[in-house]
Write a protein that binds this ligand. Structure first.
Ligand SMILES: C[S@@+](CC[C@H](N)C(=O)[O-])C[C@H]1O[C@@H](n2cnc3c(N)ncnc32)[C@H](O)[C@@H]1O
Length: 213
């Protein structure tokens, strides 16, 4: 299966506002110089995150999985003045590039970067969040969901990326494939959770959006 459909995706991108010059530069830089550039949200999903942030107007945002900082910059677009986005990245090799682009965007005062394991860092954040983006190691999506749910305000949103996992969610899962198992378990958990309403958007690799009732 070609997922998502290449022509539909190209058409959708052609009818979506362009990336800012800075985001385009970060996208190019990541693709040219960083391992696994497919992890970056990219043009279409980045514009979706930016648009949804402008709709929600969050004051406090948490991102799990910064990579090179592309989605953090998109999520910060609709943040209220005086707001703060916390973003957590395990791999210290990304730190210099992340900080460089946050600085170039003039966002270093409204984005706090934490380098380390999200499972350890999340419990140290004594905050209530309006918007949380889960986009780190797939096997821990359910753990992250449980960890952050009490920190999400009533009426707040969680977005989780890669919830269609290249279509692997449709196939029988190899019991050794922890990433696919993690995504399938997370999707089931959310779907069965009566404390939330949710929609799985088939954009790029699938974005689960849920709202705390
Ligand atoms: C898919 S990428 C994030 C992409 C980014 N959100 C974007 O859209 O541009 C996932 C990132 O999560 C990081 N990661 C993996 N396990 C982690 C953990 N336990 N704690 C924090 N970050 C983690 C990886 O190093 C990687 O950079």
């Amino acid at each position: 299966m070609e997922f998502p459909d290449v022509k539909i995706n190209a058409y959708a991108e052609a009818h979506t506002s362009p990336e800012s010059e800075l985001l385009a530069e970060l996208n190019r830089d990541t693709n040219a110089n960083v391992l696994f550039p497919r992890m970056l949200s990219g043009h279409l999903q980045g514009r979706l995150l930016g648009m949804m942030s402008k709709m929600i107007r969050p004051e406090r945002i948490l991102e799990i999985g910064t990579y090179t900082g592309y989605s953090a910059l998109c999520l910060s677009e609709g943040m209220q003045d005086g707001g703060m986005l916390h973003t957590i990245e395990l791999n210290p090799e990304h730190e210099e590039r992340i900080r460089k682009y946050f600085r170039k965007a003039g966002a270093e005062k409204k984005i706090t970067l934490h380098i380390g394991n999200a499972k350890k860092i999340i419990p140290t954040l004594h905050e209530t969040f309006d918007l949380i983006f889960i986009d780190a190691d797939k096997e821990n999506y359910s753990t992250y969901f449980e960890l952050v749910f009490p920190m999400l305000r009533k009426g707040g949103y969680i977005f989780a990326d890669n919830t269609l996992w290249n279509g692997k969610v449709l196939e029988p899962v190899d019991p050794n494939d922890k990433e696919t198992l993690g995504i399938v378990e997370f999707n089931k958990k959310v779907q069965a959770d009566t404390r939330v309403e949710n929609v799985l958007l088939p954009v790029r690799d699938g974005v689960m959006i849920l709202r705390k009732k």
